[in-house]
Design a protein around this ligand. Structure first.
Ligand SMILES: Nc1ncnc2c1ncn2[C@@H]1O[C@H](COP(=O)(O)OP(=O)(O)OP(=O)(O)O)[C@@H](O)[C@H]1O
Length: 326
């Protein structure tokens, strides 16, 4: 089910939390709402869910105006960061809950819950209680429960936010695979750019209540619309008044078109990758130097014989995407 958000505005008191937000979520896609804390991500998700009414604008689900529909009539399932499981119910009963209140026949419920538990790799834990599960297992149970009633849209608010880094990584991969199997239109909130890039097929960058950019992760990473988006999506450095990715910096021993003189200050080897830090001198600004850095393979750093004190010449690579630094 496609979701269209059109010119949505939402304020809490004086504070405008969503400002003319328009977003298209393609049917069957896995879309990340990415942005800094307080940017409006959760509010937008709640507007889609029907838990928050926009002051103006529309939410269309599958082409139909859902702006005034209550949550239970939108065909959405949601999972929040601190998911509240029913403690006195087993994993099986938790997942079955939505089907039970919809008075589905018992054999159908059993079949569906077993299918889902297999899908989220919890089939061996059906008889356990939530307290007997790990955090990651509990989140997977929450997802199974949300999927049980066949939602057309799945909304996840920082579903893995409270978990440690290792478990988060595992669940990301798992969510991606789950989505490839189930294809339910999914929107998830995250403030972690790596998570968004790795999992989503579309990223919507939201900050200060405004959509800063939307597109495929590769597009946004390579062609950021603003210094803000560029900085938010990954490491940046500055040469010639422009921001670029450190792996797009070319260092040579000889000057050439567009190069700037620089002196290496530090070389840090981090496994396969080498980080070369230097001071760049910008032409027309005598005495003006600023720090910058390049990320390269250990091999290319070796070819340069890069070490502190070496005088070099730096420039953005030909294919580098750059944006003005300010
Ligand atoms: N019910 C509410 N009443 C008043 N202010 C609210 C309410 N809900 C959210 N806000 C404010 O709206 C702004 C956006 O909040 P929101 O939760 O949407 O941001 P977020 O991008 O999801 O942030 P985080 O990553 O920290 O969850 C914040 O400044 C928040 O304090």
């Amino acid at each position: 089910m496609a979701i269209e958000i059109r010119d949505v505005n939402k304020s809490f008191g004086e504070a405008a939390v969503l400002r003319d937000v328009s977003v298209d979520v393609a049917s069957g896609s896995l879309t990340a709402l990415l942005g800094p804390s307080g940017g409006g991500k959760s509010t937008l998700l709640r507007v889609i869910a029907g838990l928050e009414r926009p002051d103006s604008g529309q939410v269309l689900i599958s082409g139909k105006d859902a702006t005034r529909l209550p949550p239970q009539r939108r065909g959405v399932g949601f999972v929040f960061q601190h998911y509240a499981a029913f403690k006195h119910m087993t994993v099986f009963e938790n997942v079955a809950f939505g089907l039970k209140i919809r008075k589905r026949p018992k054999p159908e419920i059993k079949k569906r819950v077993e299918e889902l538990l297999e899908l989220v790799h919890l089939d061996q834990f059906a008889a356990r209680y939530p307290a007997q599960l790990s955090g990651g297992q509990r989140q997977r149970m929450a997802l199974a429960r949300a999927l049980a009633v066949n939602p057309e849209v799945l909304l996840l608010d920082e579903p893995f936010g409270a978990l440690d880094a290792q478990v988060r990584k595992e669940l990301r991969t798992w969510l991606r695979r789950l989505h490839d199997e189930v294809h339910v239109t999914t929107v998830f909130v995250t403030h972690d750019q790596e998570e968004a890039i790795e999992v989503a097929d579309t990223i919507v960058v939201l900050a200060d209540g405004v959509v800063q950019q939307a597109g495929a992760p590769g597009d946004i990473y390579d062609n950021p619309a603003s210094p803000f988006v560029m900085r938010f999506l990954g490491p940046v450095t500055e040469i010639g008044g422009r921001l670029l990715r450190p792996h797009d910096v070319v260092i040579s021993t000889e000057p050439g078109p567009g190069t700037r003189p620089a002196v290496i200050t530090r070389v840090v080897r981090l496994g396969f990758e080498t980080r070369v830090e230097f001071q760049v001198r910008e032409p027309g600004e005598p005495g003006e130097e600023h720090p910058a850095w390049a990320q390269m393979t250990r091999e290319s750093a070796g070819r340069l014989s890069a070490e502190a004190g070496t005088e070099v010449h730096v420039r953005p690579s030909v294919q580098a995407a750059t944006v003005p630094a300010s």
